[in-house]
Design a protein around this ligand. Structure first.
Ligand code: NAP
Length: 308
């Protein structure tokens, strides 16, 4: 029987770390981290995600402000709000809950958030920095998956990882992080041929598809580590239930370690969002000169970016 990678318990540890960073920022700089959460429209799933993020933020001492906008808002109106938040020194992190209504261009919105306030790691400058292997903000879900993997593998070097899914939010950054950890990485997607046999060769399988119980026991090498990112809502006898992209019961019989849904990657994603929020505060701290070492402490990154 596979070892359970308990995202709830692990996220509690990450949240403790965030809480201690919040305390240090308050003691050393008199700063209370502030996260602005922008929600457009009334998508019920997005409302739940936003509520959970703000609840966890408050539990670790991070302030949050919610901006709820009408579903029919224009691109310009949303841009004006994000501009104001970019220029508000009391706001350290900006999260625009995705997906956005069809009339809004997601890429334009993502690019309009200042890279230093980008707590999702979706801004192209941060995406580029991640691809280049530079120190940058890491998207929350893949970051959470890496923390889970490191619970099982103290050294990921040389492991063969198959990532199923190539979205900008999960699959691609996940593959980048695994590559940086010296894994050999295969990225599979909807056009991949022979996906089952690719998975069977993997030491690590990350399923980020959005397809209920796609990964079955005969896809998995005995002893492999399986991380299930998928969230699929199903109804059984009139009761709503969440299941992942992995057939949990069957795969548990074969895998060495497995994350459940719910209680796996989901709580890790929120914990990493809050870790990214304290990270954003640190990026925005003014430069200071350290007399003892004679060095300038980590400067804030400044970007020149032009939006037409
Ligand atoms: P997405 O943007 O829809 O991407 C899905 C990816 O899966 C695409 O790359 C797609 O390939 C690939 N795919 C679809 N059907 C496939 C198949 N039959 N075989 C192989 N690949 C297939 O979704 P996402 O945003 O990455 O999210 C993926 C899942 O994770 C969703 O269930 C989402 O709800 C969940 N999620 C969970 C968390 C969390 O915190 N737990 C966070 C984010 C997302 P193509 O590129 O070829 O279309």
């Amino acid at each position: 029987m596979a070892q359970l990678i308990d995202g709830k318990a692990l996220s509690a540890k990450v949240l403790q770390q965030v809480a201690s960073e919040v305390a240090s920022l308050s003691a050393e700089h008199g700063i209370k981290p502030m996260l602005a959460v922008v929600l457009v429209g009334e998508d019920p799933a997005s409302q739940i995600y936003v509520r959970n993020k703000m609840k966890r933020a408050s539990e670790v001492g991070i302030g949050s402000r919610e901006y709820v906008l009408d579903a029919g808002i224009t691109q310009d109106e949303l841009a004006q709000l994000i501009d104001a938040l970019n220029n508000d020194a009391d706001v350290h992190g900006i999260l625009v809950q995705l997906p956005l209504p069809a009339q809004l261009d997601e890429d334009t919105v993502i690019e309009s958030v200042h890279p230093d306030k980008d707590v999702d790691g979706f801004h192209p400058l941060n995406v580029g920095a991640l691809a280049a292997g530079s120190d940058t903000v890491v998207p929350c879900t893949p970051q959470g998956c890496m923390i889970m993997l490191r619970q099982i593998h103290s050294d990921l070097s040389g492991k063969h990882a198959v990532v199923i899914g190539r979205s900008n939010i999960v699959g691609k950054p996940m593959a980048m992080l695994l590559l940086q950890a010296n894994c050999t990485v295969t990225i599979a997607h909807s056009h991949t041929q022979g996906i089952e046999s690719l998975c069977r060769q993997a030491d690590i399988v990350i399923a980020a598809v959005g397809c209920r119980e796609l990964v079955d026991a005969d896809w998995v090498k005995p002893g492999a580590t399986v991380i299930d990112v998928g969230i699929n809502a199903i109804e059984i006898d009139g009761t709503r239930k969440l299941v992942g992209d992995v057939a949990f019961d069957a795969v548990s019989q074969v895998a060495g370690a497995i994350s459940p849904v719910p209680g796996g990657v989901g709580p890790m994603t929120i914990a990493c969002l809050l870790l990214n929020t304290t990270g954003a505060v640190k990026r925005q701290l003014p430069r200071t000169f350290d007399l003892a070492s004679g060095t300038v402490n980590k400067p804030i990154r400044s970007y020149c970016y032009v939006r037409s």
